[in-house]
Design a protein around this ligand. Structure first.
Ligand SMILES: NC(=O)c1ccc[n+]([C@@H]2O[C@H](COP(=O)([O-])OP(=O)(O)OC[C@H]3O[C@@H](n4cnc5c(N)ncnc54)[C@H](OP(=O)(O)O)[C@@H]3O)[C@@H](O)[C@H]2O)c1
Length: 323
């Protein structure tokens, strides 16, 4: 089968599409014929061996062998299942998240049947389904599960035009919040069309100057910081970054002190959130934003685009077609 492989850390050109053996599912595994996957900014970091402390997991000098094919989000068809698998059967259309195991940038993917996998939303293409995994479930995890956004709260989404951000705007509206989105000038109309009540173009206005205005600042792209954002929070407000090592410190610091809190977390097991996202997509409550689509052979070009830091929503890789 074809798989995108990087033997060393570096720029997009380190990724090449090569022939590798099709994985054999174990007793409790499913083998998925991947029809669509994505390139996310997280994978751009992994490909470069960043952040440096992440090399404990990624590999110190070279990517660890089992992490040389990236790919976090997939949609496809179950090809085979192990003898112990009841949850899925060959022919099932699924979408899911590989997490730390990665491996989705390939024609076939082996996953534990208990992994983050759910029936594909009815009425969506495989491309749309693959693009509705990590961004959507991460936004739901933070907004609903970590901070419990309530009707009437004012929620600011920084990075509202990215993968997490486009879903966060829609989900915060769905949870009843008044939503302010922050993005660059080219994406203002997109973010408005997703339902934001107000959109701030970060090249014209700095949201951190809006003192005491927000109950939640969801920094989907971690382009701001708690010290900069704290004055923009209302009393009891929460700054919620998706990434950034220093935020571990601020989360601990604010836990023991009064005032606004920093809430951190990692959305890894998505078995609880994928079915909710499926329902919201099927009912039309959520829509998927796809920026560009590339075939697997051109995955290095997809990486080049995502590396710019300015993709709109999601960048999809088409891998094959249904049998
Ligand atoms: N904690 C977790 O569980 C978890 C899960 C998944 C991902 N993550 C992390 O979340 C982060 C964001 O992921 P993502 O996929 O949503 O990012 P993304 O899609 O790559 O974000 C791209 C967007 O960021 C916007 N942007 C760039 N500079 C900005 C700025 N200065 N201010 C505001 N917006 C700006 C761009 O808008 P313009 O083009 O308009 O500038 C673009 O639309 C990644 O670091 C990822 O590792 C964490």
């Amino acid at each position: 089968m074809k798989a995108a492989v990087h033997e060393r850390f570096g720029p997009p050109g380190v990724v090449g599409v090569v022939e590798v053996p099709v994985p054999v599912p174990g007793v409790n595994d499913v083998l998925i014929k991947v029809l669509a996957t994505t390139v996310t900014s997280a994978e751009c970091n992994m490909r470069q061996g960043k952040p440096v402390w992440g090399r404990v997991i990624l590999g110190f000098r070279r990517p660890r062998k089992r992490l040389r094919t990236l790919g976090l989000e997939v949609a496809g068809v179950v090809e085979a299942v192990g003898a112990g698998v009841q949850r899925f059967a060959p022919g099932d259309e699924v979408f899911g998240f590989t997490g730390f195991a990665v491996g989705g940038h390939a024609e076939y993917l082996r996953m534990p049947a208990t992994g983050s996998l759910a029936p594909k939303p009815v009425g969506l293409s495989f491309e749309q389904a693959a693009a509705a995994v990590d961004g959507a479930t991460t936004a739901l995890f933070f907004l609903r599960d970590k901070v419990g956004v309530r009707p009437g709260q004012r929620v600011l989404i920084n990075g509202a035009s990215g993968s997490i951000g486009t879903y966060a705007v829609q989900l915060a509206k769905h949870l009843g919040a008044e939503v302010v989105g922050v993005c660059g000038p080219n994406n203002v109309e997109l973010v408005k069309s997703l339902g934001a009540d107000e959109v701030i173009d970060y090249t014209e206005r700095d949201f951190t100057a809006d003192h005491g205005r927000y109950d939640v600042i969801f920094d989907a792209v971690a382009k701001s910081s708690f010290p900069k954002s704290r004055r923009a929070l209302r009393p009891g407000g929460k700054y919620v970054p998706t990434t950034g090592f220093d935020n571990n410190f601020w989360a601990l610091w604010t836990m023991v002190r009064g005032g606004p809190k920093v809430v951190i977390g990692m959305s890894v097991n998505k078995n609880g959130t994928l079915p909710v996202i499926k329902d919201l997509l099927e009912s039309g409550t959520l829509r998927v934003v796809i920026d560009r689509t590339y075939p697997l052979d051109q995955i290095a070009d997809a990486y080049r685009h995502v590396d710019t830091g300015h993709k709109r929503g999601n960048v999809v890789i088409t891998v094959g077609s249904p049998a």
